[in-house]
Design a protein around this ligand. Structure first.
Ligand code: FAD
Length: 513
């Protein structure tokens, strides 16, 4: 294989140009870094799509202890209290730091940030920009800041395919660029590749967000945690567009209600309950052959276009006028609480490997993320990750030896398997069957192998969690276990667990063969 050795050898490499990657690179300045993205800056990142905003206890009636209490309640016993506390306490200062980087938050006449209310937050604490264009504004300002930072070398159109390890530590990375394979020698890699929604048929995430960073980390030997916890947003616009457009919770925060085709409020006033509760109710109602709508005609009513310009515009493009028509909705895979297991400084279990943003599992979210806590997490943790990376002196290592270049990953064949078994409602039988389908693909060397490996780890974690908690709901075990324990597993452990399943479950065709 002809491999180009990149001139930036030895610098830390950050994979992913969403908010987590951009901010980690900015915090590392003036240390030279390579910032890598498979897509053009500002595209194919969930960050740019964020509508609601970021949670920070800035209101007169609010404080970090209240924010923490709401976060822990949402996490349903599985948050890492220490991690959650440190993140929510740092949030307010990071809002000011973002403003210093040029982010134009929406403010009141006295200059204080306007604060929105979202599901399961007991106070107005969602800082936003351009109404529902928060992510777009954040990404705009951060890209401008990155372009003004000479220590950051941005490489676009390059896809990370494998991490190379030597004696259990990161030694380099193999990527595919426009001119062919690239081998980067580095002993410090930060994975900031975002979520896994692209592993599902119905998702709000850019379709390129299908957990590539989790596959990179898992195949390098890293442990992943909380993999079974996937948040389904209850109100994605029900239509043919993929990714699906998200009708933010903030719309319900401003008075919109959920109704069915008969105009009945089937949630009986619990329209702003936690996301998992609303998603299950909507999923069940749809399964019973109803249609479900978000009704914003009364409230916010005529203010809809000014308060939610982006949502208003995509609804109009789909032929729906939110002021006069109820908006058809359905749940969609939206956010992954799990990911690469990291400590407070973002370090994974592999030497030289950090993770930040949605790809990381810090323990902030537990079994269910509170709306707008993820941008807060990415913004706060990027500073901690950068400090840890900067403080780690790379050991002199051998030049990495290029392994075979894996094919470009494609999750298309994995999506139906995960959508069937790992949606809002799960069963042990469905999960076993997903494991049986995913195992041979994950062990192969095809375009679907990396997505299947991530899917397999999710399915095994979901199968091993014999309870219903937070966003993980099994109709065969609807109750909560007495003990709340976070899951943590390596790819080898997931493969061993899959092989240990009863023959007829794991290999349904083996008997007749
Ligand atoms: C529609 C929508 C609305 C949301 N609204 C909110 C909100 O209001 N508040 C909130 O807190 N959260 C919100 N979220 C969640 C939040 O936006 C994400 O969790 C967060 O932006 C993730 O940031 P990130 O930097 O980790 O990843 P992303 O922003 O997804 O960036 C990932 C980057 O990694 C790159 N990448 C992936 N794989 C590779 C590879 N192999 N090689 C090279 N590059 C790679 C991608 O191209 C991309 O640049 C929303 C999410 C969606 C989808």
């Amino acid at each position: 294989m002809n491999v180009e050795r990149h001139a930036g050898d030895g610098r830390p490499v950050i994979i992913g140009c969403g908010i987590a990657g951009l901010m980690t690179a900015l915090h590392l300045a003036p240390e030279p870094v390579l910032l890598l993205s498979k897509s053009a800056l500002g595209t194919e990142a969930s960050s740019a799509l964020a509508q609601g905003g970021l949670a920070a206890s800035l209101g007169a009636e609010d404080n970090p202890a209240l924010h923490l209490a709401d976060t822990l309640a949402g996490g349903d016993g599985l948050c890492d209290v220490h991690a959650a506390s440190s993140i929510v306490h740092a949030a307010a200062a990071e809002v000011e730091a973002l403003a210093g980087l040029g982010v134009r938050f929406d403010r009141d006449h006295s200059g204080k940030p306007l604060l929105g209310l979202e599901a399961a937050h007991s106070r107005h604490r969602i800082v936003h920009a351009e109404g529902d264009g928060t992510g777009r504004e954040l990404v705009r300002a951060l890209i401008a800041a990155v372009h003004n930072t000479p220590s950051i070398t941005v490489i676009q159109g390059v896809e990370a395919r494998r991490l190379i390890t030597h004696e259990g530590a990161i030694a380099g990375m193999l990527a595919e660029g426009p001119r062919g394979p690239v081998l980067l020698a580095t002993q410090r890699v930060v994975i900031a590749t975002g979520g896994i929604g692209g592993l599902f048929l119905d998702t709000t995430n850019p379709l390129g967000c299908f957990g590539q960073g989790l596959a990179l980390a898992a195949r390098a030997g890293a442990e992943l945690s909380d993999m079974e916890f996937i948040q389904f947003h209850p109100t994605a616009l029900d239509g043919p567009a993929r990714p699906m457009h998200l009708v933010s919770e903030a719309v319900r925060g401003e008075g919109a209600i959920l109704i069915d085709e008969a105009g009945r409020r089937f949630l009986e006033g619990a329209d702003l309950a936690a996301r998992d509760i609303v998603a299950r109710a909507v999923w069940k109602h749809l399964a019973e052959d109803h249609k479900v709508y978000l009704d914003a005609r009364q409230r916010p009513g005529p203010d809809f276009a000014s308060r939610f310009p982006a949502i208003h515009s995509f609804c109009k493009r789909a032929g729906i006028d939110p002021v006069n028509d109820p908006i058809p909705i359905r749940p969609a895979a939206h956010y992954h609480m799990g990911g690469i297991a990291v400590g407070g400084d973002g370090r994974s279990s592999v030497n030289g490997l950090w993770a930040c943003g949605e790809a990381a599992s810090t323990g902030l979210h537990g079994a269910n993320r509170l709306a707008s806590n993820s941008l807060t997490e990415a913004v706060v943790c990027s500073r901690q990750v950068a400090q840890s990376v900067a403080g780690t002196v790379p050991q002199s290592a051998r030049q990495p030896v290029a392994t075979a270049m894996p094919p470009q990953p494609d999750p298309a064949s994995v999506r139906p398997i995960l959508s069937r078994a790992l949606g809002v409602l799960r069963t042990g039988e469905g999960l076993s069957s997903a494991v049986a389908s995913l195992l041979p693909i994950a062990q192969g060397h095809t375009t679907a192998s990396d997505p299947a490996a991530v899917g397999l780890m999710i399915a095994i974690a979901a199968l091993q969690r014999e309870e219903s908690r937070g966003a993980h709901f099994r109709t065969d075990v609807p109750q909560k276990a007495a003990l709340a324990l976070r899951s943590r597993l390596s790819l080898n452990e997931a493969l061993d667990a899959a092989h240990a399943l009863p023959l007829e479950t794991t290999f349904p065709h083996a008997r007749s063969a």
